[in-house]
Design a protein around this ligand. Structure first.
Ligand code: GDP
Ligand code: MG
Length: 163
């Protein structure tokens, strides 16, 4: 089996955009796993000859009646169980939210390698835009724009180093 890389983050940070950017519409390899939706949230990906399976945790089924914070936590917990590397995505435009802090606390307690990624950075001339995310205690935030494909190659370099 290929190593699993999971994209974790609260809604709207750009998980699905990054998932599609990295996998480029490759065909899903798992569509009938119990407990997950069938919207192709596991897909094969490859970078520099290294193959892995990417997970978009936003599509993992949770209880719709639960509060958002519980759903986000449950998706992160499920991903932590199976992932070899975690991409923790935050939104550089909104800054740190309570949900981000909750996920960060969960990730700091786990022993999985985590790459903290600040999405929606379209202007790389100001390096301070990602500084506040150091406070999450997960190291250097990697700035990217998933929508425009900016710096996503650097991100993938880091991912495959950890596989
Ligand atoms: P998810 O809920 O985490 O899966 O987030 P989505 O991938 O659905 O994206 C949420 C919103 O953010 C959408 O309107 C996207 O177009 C937008 N978005 C995603 N990535 C970027 C980015 O790099 N830059 C900007 N400006 N918007 C983005
Ligand atoms: Mg999504």
């Amino acid at each position: 089996p290929k190593p699993i890389v999971a994209i974790i983050g609260r809604p709207n940070v750009g998980k699905s955009t990054l998932f599609n950017r990295i996998t480029g519409g490759r065909v899903a390899i798992v569509e009938d796993t119990p407990g997950v939706t069938r919207d192709r949230l596991y897909r094969d990906a490859e970078w520099c000859g290294r193959q892995f399976t990417l997970v978009d945790t936003g599509g993992i089924a949770t209880h719709q009646d639960d509060p958002l914070v519980a759903r986000v936590r449950s998706q992160a917990e499920q991903a932590l169980k199976e992932a070899d590397v975690i991409i923790f995505l935050v939104d550089s435009r909104t800054g740190i939210t309570a949900d981000d802090e909750e996920i960060a606390a969960l990730l700091r307690r786990s022993d999985r390698p985590v790459i903290l990624v600040a999405n929606k950075v379209e202007d790389f001339s100001d390096p301070t835009v990602t500084h506040e995310f150091y406070r999450l205690g997960l190291g250097d935030p990697v700035p990217i724009s998933a929508a425009h494909g900016l710096n996503t190659g650097d991100l993938l370099d880091r991912v495959v180093e950890l596989l």
